[in-house]
Design a protein around this ligand. Structure first.
Ligand code: GMT
Length: 382
């Protein structure tokens, strides 16, 4: 925010392994480092909120287990918690990540707070699956639509996500595009040779995939692409993350007899060191509103082979930072990977391009967009 105005900001997010939680947490930490007071509100500590920062606070939403309820009403506990934290901590603004249940709980809390004479602006950020997957479920539609229309400001992480939102819902307001970001200070471009040598020998290339292994990530395509690449290029594959599709991917590796070249590493808090030793990032997702993980790879000088779905073309530039293919076109994705990995000069150029492009999304370029938005809402309020 311009000038020296410091605000008390509440951030509501999912604490689990996933891009929306990462964006929300890192945004909160960056705001706190600028002197704002940031209150995270969630059902457990966000997984990247592990640094000590004197201006950040965490409020846990607890959900008592009443035998009366077949389904525990988390949204009501969250709403009550928001009312409590806004009133007692004197928050100026709530920034909620994900339409449901966060935006809908925040809108309800806003109405309750009005009865205490408090007017709190709500900023909602749409991250993708709330629109592209849940939004397609008709049972959620009226709630999502209401939460978006009633928020004081709404942002989405790509132009494609704005387009999707407008095509699925009756939206009567503006949605602003604020892309995902990275803090480039966190990425070292020095390859840790010791680590690299533990993973692969000098002749081998390193491919990497990071996700929550949900169906939408098409992890079996990752294995298929790597299998084809391995027929031509000596290589290893790092699989970081965990989720419902992991077992299937492991089984496929055994069937293809490539398990000795694929390392499943599970959920890691910090992925930068593994990205820094990698050559190529694979992201064959069915949909990806932005693809934060691909941006993290690019910031580590890793080229990207992805699909052209969702917001990925706004990040991965065809023939410059990597290549993009139709969903499921394993043949083309493998051919592109082989072509790139067999030409060291070209690979180096793509890695450099990926890094240069990632700098467009560096924190100092994106943080002011959120700050400006908050400032506008808080100034209009007075
Ligand atoms: O990709 C996931 O499965 C996690 C998901 C989330 O909700 O945390 O990520 C979404 O939000 C990220 C941050 O804005 C985006 O970078 C991801 O592309 C988006 N995932 C999908 O659209 C599938």
């Amino acid at each position: 925010m311009e000038g020296n105005k410091k605000y008390k900001i509440g951030i509501v997010c999912y604490p689990t392994y996933g891009g929306s939680g990462v964006v929300a947490t890192e945004l909160g930490i960056a705001l706190a480092e600028k002197g704002h007071e940031v209150h995270f509100i969630s059902y457990s500590q966000p997984f990247r909120l592990d640094v000590f920062c004197e201006n950040t606070f965490f409020h846990e939403v607890t959900v008592p287990d009443y035998p009366l309820f077949d389904y525990t009403p988390y949204e009501l506990n969250l709403t009550s918690k928001l009312v409590d934290v806004v009133r007692h901590e004197g928050l100026n603004l709530l920034h909620v990540h994900y339409a449901i249940p966060h935006a809908s709980a925040a809108i309800q809390a806003k109405l309750i707070l009005e009865t205490y004479g408090i007017n709190i602006p709500i900023v909602t950020t749409l991250h993708g699956t709330d629109i592209t997957l849940l939004g397609k479920d008709k049972s959620f539609k009226p709630v999502i639509e209401y939460a978006i229309n009633k928020s004081d400001a709404v942002t989405a992480v790509s132009d494609d996500l704005i387009k999707e939102t407008l095509s699925h819902f009756k939206i009567n307001r503006n949605i602003e595009m604020i892309p995902n970001f990275i803090d480039s200070n966190l990425y070292s471009h020095l390859v840790d040779e010791k680590l690299r040598n533990k993973i692969a020998n000098n002749e081998e290339k390193i491919l990497i995939h990071i996700s929550n292994f949900r169906k939408v990530k098409r992890v079996k395509d990752v294995v298929k692409i790597f299998n084809k690449v391995g027929e031509k290029i000596p290589s290893k594959l790092l699989m970081i993350g965990d989720g419902p599709e992991r077992v299937k991917a492991e089984r496929m590796c055994r069937k293809l007899r490539i398990s000795n070249r694929v390392k499943f590493m599970g959920k890691l808090k910090s992925v930068e060191e593994f990205l820094s030793v990698s050559d190529l990032f694979l992201l064959p997702s069915e949909t990806e509103s932005f693809g934060l993980v691909a941006l993290e790879a690019m910031a580590s000088k890793v080229a990207v082979i992805s699909t052209n779905s969702g917001g990925l073309p706004e990040l991965n530039i065809e023939g410059v930072t990597g290549y993009l293919s139709e969903i499921g076109n394993v043949k083309q994705m493998s051919e592109n990977a082989i072509q790139l990995l067999s030409d060291d000069n070209k690979l180096e150029q793509f890695k450099e391009n990926a890094f240069n492009h990632s700098q467009k999304f560096d924190l100092p370029n994106i943080l002011p967009l959120y700050e400006y938005l908050y400032e506008k809402l808080l100034t209009n309020k007075q």
